[in-house]
Design a protein around this ligand. Structure first.
Ligand SMILES: Cc1cc2nc3c(=O)[nH]c(=O)nc-3n(C[C@H](O)[C@H](O)[C@H](O)COP(=O)(O)O)c2cc1C
Ligand code: SF4
Length: 496
């Protein structure tokens, strides 16, 4: 596994851009069918959270401008960012947990159709997540959050050798612990309490003592189905169920899911809720409406799912009628770095996070197309069983040749690019027009991801290096351009 001490900086892969004729013959620009919908190309912009919704999760003009900008490059599909299925406050993340979110989302659908000239299909990623609290100060944790129990008093008495702690009043215990050092905390607190102190409290799918977690088998199918029905009403071309990274559905699929109520343990149990969610969604949207899934080819954490699990789940998903399988990797909380006090733990800071959005500082393999092997293994297994479900791959893809080779080898059916599309939303169009030399190439150093981590409006560092005096630029409060610089295709092409 990659480790910073073994990292070396990799140059961007050489790009021999095709002529317009070569591009037109390329596999990447050939159509593909997904259920009732046809993508005009196999180019794909996967979900990226830009932190542009209102505090109430509603679509804003900035959300619309963000997706319009991608749409002008006319990719085969864009997946709208992870959008919350519950009607709970979650800051400026998009939500779809109530009918009041539908008009804004419908406006977004119309804007993308207009900007892409009807060429781009628009999917929306539906997500459920459990509570993650910010890391508290030590004082606040012991004053407010720790539930003081007799076992703490016992442990305190043992650790200090003073039996008086066995009968100590709660405020005394709290004050003593607040002033104590790490070693004493380790003697007195259990593993979960230590984590809440050092990282912030984080709910897990295994917390069966919490009613809403216990009831996930009942609530998730209803909430996902209602959200998918709203997506259909809003006019989206399909939905992508988010079963990847650090969130509820991936945690249910994980080998670390040890629920004892029949929904944890062996794979057959872990997949029950994800399949029940799929059936409920299907029932809500009908057989011909595209319903895809994004899940992990490898969790990249100790004790987590490997490719064998992912392949097994992929077959279950294909059999259940998912219309595409989008393969991601890593991005888990379990190996994330400790956040600063006042910040929340971010699932892309550890080795599994690295694998999800690999940077040029890497091991021998480098970041480019690093995760394709997972999609390839899954696609092979799915095809061997007779399913033709399209497979989407992503991760460090930034040239036409990479995409062509992936498709030619049959490693995937659709090739997605997140950060390269962020750096240059026109890049698919430029390649198609034989203008690849004009592509603004992503540097894969993750400035954008750093902004996401701080819950700041996501932008690309390259956008602010050009045309700073362009008229009508919208900027973030700290002066960053919120939309990629304008690009105008020469005669006959589309304008960006
Ligand atoms: C700013 C940012 C936000 C992201 N948000 C999401 C998300 O909402 N859902 C998701 O499945 N992946 C998300 N991702 C991961 C990307 O979809 C993609 O899998 C990853 O960046 C690797 O692809 P790339 O090398 O082409 O960037 C995000 C990535 C970035 C950079
Ligand atoms: S900020 Fe960096 S990693 Fe992100 S899209 Fe721009 S160049 Fe790529």
């Amino acid at each position: 596994m990659w480790h910073p001490s073994s990292a070396k900086r990799h140059p961007l892969p050489n790009a021999l851009w095709p002529t317009a004729e070569e591009a037109a013959r390329g596999r990447w620009f050939k159509p593909i069918r997904i259920a009732r919908t046809t993508l005009a190309q196999r180019t794909w912009v996967p979900a990226m959270v830009p932190w542009r919704a209102t505090e109430d999760g509603l679509v804003t003009d900035d959300v619309i401008a963000w997706y319009e900008r991608f749409a002008r490059g006319q990719p085969g599909a864009i997946v709208v960012e992870a959008t919350g299925i519950r009607d709970v406050a979650s800051g400026p993340l998009l939500r779809i947990g109530d009918d009041r979110f539908v008009p804004g989302l419908a406006r977004l659908v119309e804007a993308v159709a207009r900007a892409s000239d009807g060429k781009t299909r628009l999917f929306i990623q539906l997500i459920d997540f459990l509570a993650v609290k910010r890391r508290p100060t030590k004082a606040k944790y012991f004053e407010r959050f720790l539930k003081v129990e007799d076992r703490h008093r016992e442990a305190l008495a043992e650790a200090t050798g003073e039996s008086k702690w066995k009968r100590a009043a709660e405020p005394e215990v709290r004050a003593f612990l607040a002033a104590a050092d790490d070693a004493l905390h380790e003697d007195v607190l259990d593993e979960r309490e230590l984590e809440s102190l050092r990282f912030g409290a984080r709910e897990r799918v295994t917390d069966l003592d919490l009613e809403h977690v216990r009831e996930l088998p009942q609530t998730l199918p209803i909430q996902f189905a209602a959200a998918a029905a709203r997506a259909k009403v809003a006019g989206f071309d399909g939905v992508e169920l988010h079963y990847a990274h650090a969130y509820t559905m991936a945690s249910l699929l994980s080998r670390l899911n040890t629920r004892t109520d029949g929904f944890g343990g062996v794979r057959e149990n872990r997949v029950k809720i994800p399949l029940a969610v799929m059936r409920a969604v299907r029932h809500a949207v009908g057989n011909d409406y595209p319903v895809g899934v994004r899940f992990l080819g490898d969790e990249v954490i100790e004790g987590g799912n490997r490719i064998e699990d992912a392949t097994w789940f992929a077959l279950e998903f294909a059999r259940a009628g998912f219309d595409f399988l989008s393969i991601s990797k890593g991005g888990r909380f379990e190996d994330a770095k400790q956040p600063a006090v006042g910040a929340a733990v971010y699932p892309y800071t550890g080795p599994s996070g690295y694998e999800c959005m690999p940077t040029v500082l890497s091991d021998e393999k480098g970041p480019f197309g690093r995760n394709v092997v997972l999609a390839a293994g899954i696609r092979r297994a799915v095809r061997d069983k007779g399913y033709d479900t399209p497979v989407v791959t992503a991760g460090g893809i930034c040239t036409f040749e990479q995409a062509e080779q992936i498709l030619a080898r049959g490693d995937a059916d659709i090739v997605a690019a997140a950060r390269q599309s962020l750096a240059d939303p026109d890049w698919f169009m430029k390649i198609r027009l034989g203008l690849g030399a004009q592509v603004r190439r992503c540097e894969f150093t993750n400035y954008c991801e750093g902004l996401d981590q701080m819950h700041k409006q996501v932008t690309c560092k390259l956008w602010d290096r050009v045309d700073r005096d362009e008229a009508g630029i919208t900027k973030s409060s700290d002066g960053r351009r919120l939309v990629a610089p304008k690009w105008t295709a020469p005669e006959g092409g589309a304008a960006g």
